[in-house]
Every structure is written in C-alpha cells, then in structure tokens.
Design a binder for this molecule. Structure first.
Ligand SMILES: Nc1ncnc2c1ncn2[C@@H]1O[C@H](COP(=O)(O)OP(=O)(O)OP(=O)(O)O)[C@@H](O)[C@H]1O
Ligand SMILES: [Mg+2]
Length: 223
C-alpha cells in the first residue's frame, strides 16, 4: 500500500483580479522504501507541494492520504507529530542547543513509542549519521553546514516516522557534503524502508533517486 497518496491537489494565489494556479490537480502515490526526487525550476511550486504533503498548509482542493486514510485539517497536528518529518535547506535547528539536545527536543514532540534512555538513543543516531560524541555535545552553530544537516536528519529520524520530506536539503552544501547527504537518504529508503521525498532543482540528487518526478506548469509527471 502507498504510504502517502496525494489526490487532485490544487493550490492557487489570488494575483490581483487573476487566480494563479501553482498546483493543478496534482496526484501521485508514494511507496515505502523508495527515494523520490521532485524536480522543478524556481517558482514551479516545489515548496508549496512539500508544504501540502507535510500538512504545513492546506490545499485549496484535493486531499492527502496517509496509509490509505484521509488526512483532514483536523488531523494535521497529529500527522505532523507522529507520521512525517521535514528536512529544510537551512537546517532549522535550535542554535542555543547542542546537537543531542536538538534531537531530544524532537523526541519530546511525538506520541510514537521511542526506546527508553533517549539521550543515548539520540547520541547513537547522531553517531550513525557521522556526528561523533564530541560534536554531539557542541552547540549547532559550531558545526559545519553538512554536519548541521546531518543533525537535522537525525532529528527527522528521532521520532520514528516512516515518511521523510526534504526541501532542497543540499542547497547550502558543497559537492562532497551533498553527495554524502544524498547517500544517507538512499540508505534510509533502501535499508530502513522509509519513504523519502526530496524536492529540489539539483539534477545530482535526481540521478540518485529511484523515481524522478517533474513539477512544471502546475502539473506533476514522471521524468
Ligand atoms: N504568499 C504568496 N502570494 C503569492 N504568490 C506566492 C506566495 N508564496 C509563493 N508564491 C508563488 O508561488 C509560486 C511557487 O512558489 P514555491 O515556493 O512553491 O516555488 P519553488 O518551486 O519552491 O521555488 P524555489 O526553487 O525558488 O524554492 C512562485 O511563483 C511564488 O512566487
Ligand atoms: Mg522552494
């Protein structure tokens, strides 16, 4: 069964007298264990689409389904807390906290059952993502961009969700860090069964994806 289905999603802005369509009847079924890249030019609606899939915003019409069940606006908070994680281009970590503390804060937000001894789990998760114990204990501004994005991915995984969305996750990273982060996403999909959906204009990410979709003129189609 699909983990996430989007059905006839439409999103518009009122532009003076004109109604501008950013997304028009966009539908797709996303499967677990797969790494998807959604490509599109700047302004094509990638962030808008991700916001709808992450229930950060409501479509003008259409629906999203998580594991077959419709996610209505009244369910958005629960969905965000327990079923989906989002990784952003600019990491969005809490700067006055350490890496471990950032991950612990995320763990605190979910109702999902997590293992006991969360500080150890958080540190192990960070270590798995290449952030050793010394770095874990640093406040995040003392980490490089690539390292901060690893912390953000650790945070996304800490709540034990199966759906990871990312908006230009390598946009602020150099080539090497970008490649490493892409490999992390691939591993999460292929070895841990997560559904990973990355929206990006980076062709390098698309090359590594299992499936490439293109967003253009409000429509989503296979590349
Ligand atoms: N509040 C708003 N009012 C009107 N139009 C908006 C508003 N927010 C976004 N838009 C428009 O919606 C379109 C899609 O924006 P979106 O941020 O989803 O694009 P994007 O593909 O993520 O672009 P980028 O690659 O630059 O991040 C753009 O043309 C943008 O100007
Ligand atoms: Mg964007």
């Amino acid at each position: 069964m699909s983990i996430l289905s989007i059905k006839d999603l439409t999103y518009t802005y009122q532009d003076g007298a004109e109604l501008r369509y950013i997304l028009r009847d966009v539908s797709y079924d996303f499967e677990p264990g797969r790494f998807y890249a959604v490509l599109g030019n700047s302004g094509s609606g990638k962030t808008t689409l991700l916001s709808l899939m992450g229930a950060l915003d409501e479509p003008r019409s259409g629906e999203i389904f998580f594991q077959g069940a419709s996610v209505k606006p009244a369910d958005y908070e629960n969905y965000r807390r327990n079923h989906v994680s989002i990784v952003f281009q600019s990491y969005n970590l809490i700067p006055w906290l350490t890496s471990v503390e950032n991950v612990l804060v995320a763990m605190d937000t979910t109702d999902n059952k997590l293992p006991p001894d969360q500080p150890t789990v958080a540190a192990n998760l960070l270590e798995y993502l290449g952030i050793d114990r010394a770095k874990s204990a640093r406040r995040v501004p003392a980490l490089s961009g690539g390292e901060q994005q690893r912390v953000a991915i650790a945070r996304a995984l800490a709540t034990n969700v199966d759906l990871i969305l990312a908006d230009e996750p390598t946009g602020n990273l150099d080539e090497t860090s970008s490649e490493e982060i892409v490999q992390v996403f691939k591993t999460l999909a292929h070895e841990h069964g997560k559904c990973v959906i990355v929206v990006t204009h980076a062709a390098e990410i698309a090359r590594e994806a299992d499936e490439v979709l293109v967003l253009s003129k409000g429509a989503l189609s296979a590349a």
